[in-house]
Design a protein around this ligand. Structure first.
Ligand code: OOG
Ligand code: MG
Length: 269
């Protein structure tokens, strides 16, 4: 990363912020954004906290399923007021079955997003990976609903804070019909999200950087800056196509994707 985006926090600060984020995530309690206490925090500092959190999860024996790209569409950037795409990690235990009821009492203020998920069959790494490289390394794609949950009060944050909070990752639901990427046009896939029977958000996959494989390429470049690669067999969520929709106990959400089928999820306790 460039010097203007160097790590400025001390190892003790990073450990403290990792504990703060971990506690907020585990107890579903909202906290002020981290930059209130550490105003000079950089993007690199945010990733240092995120990496500490990831290593903490891995040290417990939990399995990482893959990664997600976030803030990759204009709709998401405008909604959140943060205009830089960023990444977070996905643990296997964040996954929930298609059609199941996801608890809300262990989340702060959940929102749903419709996203195209990639499953890879070859390693991807480096700073010059392209959309074509991503497609060549893609085993198949499938539709997803990501359930995000910012741990920041009022869902209000800035870039270093949201990155430290693992890019609001909370739960994800895969479903529909997996397809080989070469069998469909991934840039023109339409999706309609319904909440309680009403269409509430709709868009096309081109909203994600022109083509969702571009978001996966971007993710690999960020990983490269962190000294990481994307191993074969990774799950990657490419980012919300539309703005995120708030959900609460009793809601039913279904995302209807062109070519990829539907993904449904209920909310309750
Ligand atoms: C950050 C996470 C964004 C996406 O798909 O854009 C994200 C947030 O909006 O809380 O997951
Ligand atoms: Mg997302």
């Amino acid at each position: 990363m460039s010097d203007s985006n160097a790590i400025t926090l001390t190892p003790a600060n990073i450990a403290e912020l990792c504990e703060r984020v971990d506690h907020a995530q585990r107890t579903a309690t909202a906290m002020p954004k981290l930059t209130d206490d550490f105003p000079s925090m950089t993007l690199a500092d945010g990733y240092a906290v995120q990496q500490a959190l990831r290593h903490k999860h891995l040290a417990t024996g939990a399995r990482q399923a893959g990664w997600k790209a976030g803030l990759t569409s204009k709709a998401k950037m405008e909604q959140m007021g943060v205009h830089v795409p960023s990444i977070g990690f996905l643990m296997a235990d964040m996954s929930r079955p298609e059609g199941s009821t996801v608890r809300t009492d262990d989340l702060v203020h959940p929102r749903v997003e419709c996203e195209v998920a990639f499953v890879t069959k070859a390693d991807l790494s480096g700073s010059d990976v392209t959309r074509e490289d991503v497609l060549a390394a893609t085993h198949f794609v499938m539709p997803a609903i990501e359930i995000i949950d910012s741990r920041f009060s009022g869902f209000k944050f800035d870039l270093p804070s949201v990155v430290a909070d693992n890019c609001s990752s909370a739960r994800y639901v895969l479903g529909g019909r997996p397809r080989y990427a070469e069998d469909i046009d991934l840039s023109t896939l339409g999706v309609v999200m319904e909440k309680n029977g009403q269409p509430i958000a709709m868009g096309a996959s081109a909203a994600v950087m022109g083509h969702p494989a571009e978001a996966v390429a971007l993710l690999v470049k960020v990983l490269d800056e962190l000294g990481e690669k994307l191993p074969a067999g990774s799950l990657v969520l490419s980012g919300g196509i539309t703005e995120a929709i708030a959900v609460q106990d009793g809601d039913h959400v279904i995302a209807r994707y062109q070519e990829l089928g539907t993904v449904a999820v209920n909310f309750g306790n």
